[in-house]
Write a protein that binds this ligand. Structure first.
Ligand code: 4GS
Length: 224
């Protein structure tokens, strides 16, 4: 998969995407990630990317010209152009699965008060939010989406890592059951007897009940 990111802060991406599973995917050629500085598509001395909103109001908006130029030069036939903003549809595991099917993504990150509306109307195929809170810019949201999507690219996770995914399915079936490892007793806290009993059918039943109870208590919305 090819992922391009258009941002004012390419430096923010150094680190999170250079470690662990994401870096392994990049080295294996499963993810081709390229960062682009929006200021490279400005033509004035000050490399201006923002301007004041017509009609007044606080803050600055990302102006259309640099973003249009950048997206038009970066996108190819099958590219899906995605804006990150709190006004987007909420990103979840289903959206991650859907994006993982694409071969070419271009993320445009939000900065300042937002985007000139024409960027939304005629450049973006999709607009995503990572949650109902306000960040200083869209770099972290893009990294969240890239992380969730990359691990779903076939071949990125080893068998061990992906089987773990089956049992944890927040956003579809519910939350995971409680898990324990050794020691069987730690500072007076004991692992539930059933788990050390060796009765596999009982263990399965206990896990199903625990997962259901936990989901009902903490995330009833997942059961709807
Ligand atoms: C989000 C979010 C976000 C909003 C960008 C204020 C700077 C900021 N982007 N999901 N202007 N939540 N963006 O907070 O995607």
């Amino acid at each position: 998969m090819k992922i391009d990111v258009l941002t004012l802060f390419p430096g923010m991406f150094a680190g999170p995407l250079d470690e662990s599973i994401i870096m392994r995917a990049r080295k294996a050629g499963l993810l081709d990630l390229k960062l682009h500085n929006l200021r490279d598509w400005t033509h004035d001395r000050h490399k201006t990317v923002d301007d004041r909103p017509f009609g007044g109001g606080p803050g600055m908006l990302l102006k259309p010209e640099p973003i249009f130029e950048a997206v038009e030069s970066l996108r190819r036939e099958k590219t899906r152009v995605i804006l990150m903003s709190p006004a987007g549809r909420k990103f979840d595991q289903a959206s991650a699965r859907e994006l993982a099917q694409q071969e070419d993504l271009l993320f445009v990150t939000g900065h300042y008060e937002g985007f000139d509306e024409r960027i939304r109307e005629s450049l973006a195929d999709d607009e995503l939010s990572v949650g109902d809170y306000v960040l200083t810019n869209g770099a972290l949201p893009v990294m969240v989406v890239i992380d969730a999507v990359t691990r779903l690219i076939p071949g990125v996770l080893g068998d061990d890592e992906s089987s773990q995914d089956e049992s944890f399915s927040a956003g579809s079936a519910g939350l995971e059951y409680p898990q324990y490892t050794r020691p069987a007793e730690f500072r007076g806290m004991k692992v539930p007897d059933v788990l050390v009993s060796g009765h596999h059918a009982e263990i399965e039943k206990w896990r199903r009940e625990q997962a259901k109870r936990r989901t009902q208590e903490r995330r009833p919305d997942l059961l709807e």
